[in-house]
Structures are given as structure tokens and as C-alpha cells.
Write a protein that binds this ligand. Structure first.
Ligand code: ATP
Ligand code: MG
Length: 388
């Protein structure tokens, strides 16, 4: 009995002429992602992607787990393939479904005939398969209106496919079809979720992390690496750039009004990140900011932050509540890592009374006491790069 995975494409089927590009990228992403699970043939035909184990060692359970995290997959299902004749189908279906059906009491069969040359129509196929399943499972009965489980039989080009429910995929569009952007990632809850959301829209990620040793520890850095690996299960490989930020933070602390320290720090992050983004071919920056969440996330503070950047800044969480962000963090399994208590560069230097409505005039005046360009050059000269 051969088992395969069938993948339903998401939004990409709507993309007209670009469809080929999207589909090719999705195939490439799936192939790359399931490599670790063994040898599989991955090909597409008539809006379905087929994932077929090539040998005994191919681990279809692991492949399924990995496919569930590929953006561009709207749904997927395990299916059994057999020859396109009723004898084979009627023999295979009860065998393949024995364990699955054991825990249900009612079912129905739905059939689809992509190959119109098949001698029976879909009603006839369903009726015969239903009868065979009833014969093999004395505890089952048919309920066509409200079945516990629906068995599907599809007569396709290369064979007959038998399967049950289609599981929900990660959705979105294939990573790599939406250009590249740089995620400013801290060890917090928000930025990993923001990274995931943009990857979901097809964006390939580069990560930028500002570290302030010795105020922040190596453990804090490893926490960010762990978060990026989790995001990478969906987003693919991520290059991580770590920027030494200590000197800038100390200069701000020693020379600028405390109430403006956070917004000035964020402007430095923008300047350095923009330079790295351009070098890495990224067309935008991404942050995990959410309106009103903290003092640096008011409209006025964000306006001051953005004034330091000359590149689009995406904030996919801007309208999200904390509870919604937490729910997503659980879904992508970053929550437990994010709540580990290591210090972040922002927390170390957080002012006691930050100004919630800074103006650009005040901020620019405060920055005049710093050699902004030299500080940015200096930190950029000492970045560390890691491929995760
Ligand atoms: P997060 O949960 O992502 O840390 P937050 O709610 O704690 O966000 P801030 O600490 O003000 O908010 O940070 C806002 C955004 O700035 C973060 O979402 C992230 O994109 C970026 N950021 C903050 N600290 C760093 C850092 N050390 N390195 C890189 N980016 C950072
Ligand atoms: Mg934070």
C-alpha cells in the first residue's frame, strides 16, 4: 500500500500569470523543507502537489509535520494510492481506513472523478466503496447529512486516491515570492510573531538583533537564536545580524534627557537597520510594535522613530491586542521561549518616566549632543553574522 501526501494550494491559485512563479517557489520550498524527512518526489499536477516517498526510509510523518508549516499550503492530507480500477479500490479502502474508522460510528463517501474515462460515475463509486466499508466495519452506519467522518475517493490521472479529512495548512503565500525584509528582533513576545506574519505574506527574512553586552548576556542572545529557529520552521533559513549596541546606549544615557532615551535609541536602531537592510537587499524593516502598548509606541513616538528611517517600516501587529499576540505566539510555539527572563537591551536602559508625546524638534535637539554618524558607523563595523 503506498501512502502519499496531497497538498492543496492556497491563494496562489488566484495569481493568474504569476501562478507558475508561485507554484515553482512553493515546490522548491516544500522540497527543501522535507529534505530532512528522507527521499521524496515532489511534483504538481492540476492544482495539487503530490509528495511521494521514494524509499522505505522516507519518514512520511515527519514530512507531514514539516509541510504543515510551509506557507502557501492551504490544506494537506495523507492519502493512499492504488490502481484505477474498482477491484483495487474496494480492496484498498477498507484496509487503509481500518484504524481510522474504528473510532467513528457514522460516515459517508464522497467521490470525484477527474478522469472522466473511468467507467463508473462518482455516485456509483461512492455507493460501492460505502458498501465495502460497511461490510468490513460492523460498527459503522452511513449518514449522508451529518457524518462523523467523510471518506474521499478521487480518480486522478495517475491512480485512485483514498483519504479522509483535509487538514488546515499554514496558509499565506510561499516565502520568497514577496521580496526580502529585515526583522528587528528582540527576545520579547512581539517581534517573533511579527516576523512570522510577514513570512506568511511571502517575505524572506533577515534578522537584526541589537545586543548590549555586558548589560545583556550571552543567554539573552541565545534566546533570540532559539526564537529565530522556531520562526524559521515556517520562514525557512534566516540570516541573523547581531549589532553591538552598548556604546550607543551609554552615550544616550550620558548625554540625552532621560525621558527621550527610548525614542532616541529606537532611532539609532532604525539607522543601523536601514544600512544593513540595504546591504542585504531587503526592501523594508519589520518591527513588533503595537499601538499604545508602551510609551515608545504612541503615534508621536512612532513618528519620531520613522523619521530616522528612509525605507518602509512594516508593523504587522500595530492593531493587535496583547492577547491576540500571545495566542499567535502559542500557535507558532515561541511563547515559552519569549517569556524566559533574560534582559533585553531596552529593559536595561528604560527611563523611569519616558515622554509619551515626543516631538521631532525635541528629539533632534537632544541628538545634537551625539556624533550620530560616527556611532552608527562604529556599531556597523562590528556586526556578527550567523546563518541559522
Ligand atoms: P518585543 O516583544 O518584540 O520585544 P516590545 O513590546 O517589548 O516588543 P519594545 O521593546 O519597545 O516593544 O520594542 C519594539 C520593537 O523594537 C520590537 O518589537 C522589535 O521589533 C524592536 N526591538 C526592540 N529591542 C530590540 C533589540 N534588542 N534588537 C532588535 N530589535 C529590537
Ligand atoms: Mg521588548
Amino acid at each position: 500500500m503506498q501512502e502519499v501526501i496531497l497538498v492543496k494550494l492556497g491563494e496562489i491559485v488566484l495569481k493568474g500569470l504569476n501562478r507558475r512563479v508561485f507554484e515553482d517557489r512553493l515546490l522548491k520550498n516544500i522540497r527543501r523543507r522535507i529534505q530532512r524527512a528522507g527521499n521524496f518526489d515532489v511534483y504538481s499536477m492540476q492544482s495539487t502537489i503530490y509528495i511521494v516517498p521514494k524509499d522505505e526510509d522516507a519518514d512520511i510523518d515527519e514530512a507531514e509535520e514539516r509541510v504543515a508549516k510551509v506557507f502557501g499550503v492551504i490544506g494537506y492530507t495523507r492519502a493512499c494510492v492504488c490502481e484505477k480500477n474498482m477491484d483495487a479500490i474496494l480492496k484498498t479502502a477498507p484496509e487503509y481506513l481500518r484504524d481510522t474508522l474504528a473510532s467513528f460510528s457514522t460516515f459517508k463517501v464522497e467521490s470525484k472523478r477527474a478522469d472522466k474515462k473511468f467507467p463508473l460515475d462518482s455516485m456509483q463509486i461512492s455507493r460501492e466503496v460505502g458498501a465495502a466499508l460497511l461490510r468490513a466495519n460492523a460498527h459503522l452506519s452511513v449518514d449522508v447529512h451529518n457524518p462523523d467522518i467523510t471518506v474521499r475517493v478521487e480518480i486522478r490521472e495517475k491512480g485512485a486516491y483514498i483519504h479522509c479529512e483535509t487538514k488546515l495548512g499554514a496558509g499565506g503565500i510561499p516565502v520568497g515570492t514577496g521580496g526580502k525584509a529585515a526583522i528587528l528582533i528582540s527576545g520579547g513576545l512581539d517581534s517573533p510573531v511579527a516576523a512570522w506574519m510577514m513570512a506568511k505574506r511571502g517575505v524572506e527574512l533577515t534578522a537584526i538583533h541589537f545586543a548590549s553586552p555586558p548589560y545583556t548576556s550571552e543567554r539573552a542572545h541565545e534566546k533570540v537564536v532559539a526564537l529565530l529557529k522556531k520562526v524559521g520552521e515556517y520562514a525557512g533559513r534566516i540570516e541573523m545580524v547581531t549589532v553591538p549596541f552598548t556604546k550607543i546606549q551609554e552615550q544616550i544615557r550620558d548625554n540625552c534627557p532621560e525621558e527621550l532615551a527610548t525614542v532616541i535609541m529606537r532611532r539609532f536602531m532604525m539607522r543601523a537597520a536601514e544600512r544593513i537592510a540595504r546591504e542585504k537587499d531587503c526592501g523594508a524593516l519589520i518591527t513588533g510594535e503595537s499601538l499604545g502598548q508602551v510609551a515608545s509606541q504612541t503615534i508621536q513616538a512612532i513618528a519620531c522613530t520613522d523619521a530616522a528611517a528612509h525605507i518602509p517600516v512594516f508593523r504587522p501587529l500595530i492593531g493587535s491586542d496583547k492577547a491576540e499576540i500571545v495566542a499567535l505566539a502559542h500557535r507558532i510555539d515561541t511563547y515559552d521561549i519569549s517569556i524566559e527572563p533574560y534582559e533585553d537591551c531596552c529593559t536595561v536602559f528604560t527611563p523611569r518616566h519616558p515622554r509619551t508625546r515626543p516631538t521631532i524638534q525635541l528629539v533632534e535637539a537632544a541628538e545634537r549632543s551625539l556624533d550620530v554618524d560616527a556611532l552608527v558607523e562604529d556599531c556597523l563595523a562590528n556586526v556578527e553574522i550567523r546563518h541559522l
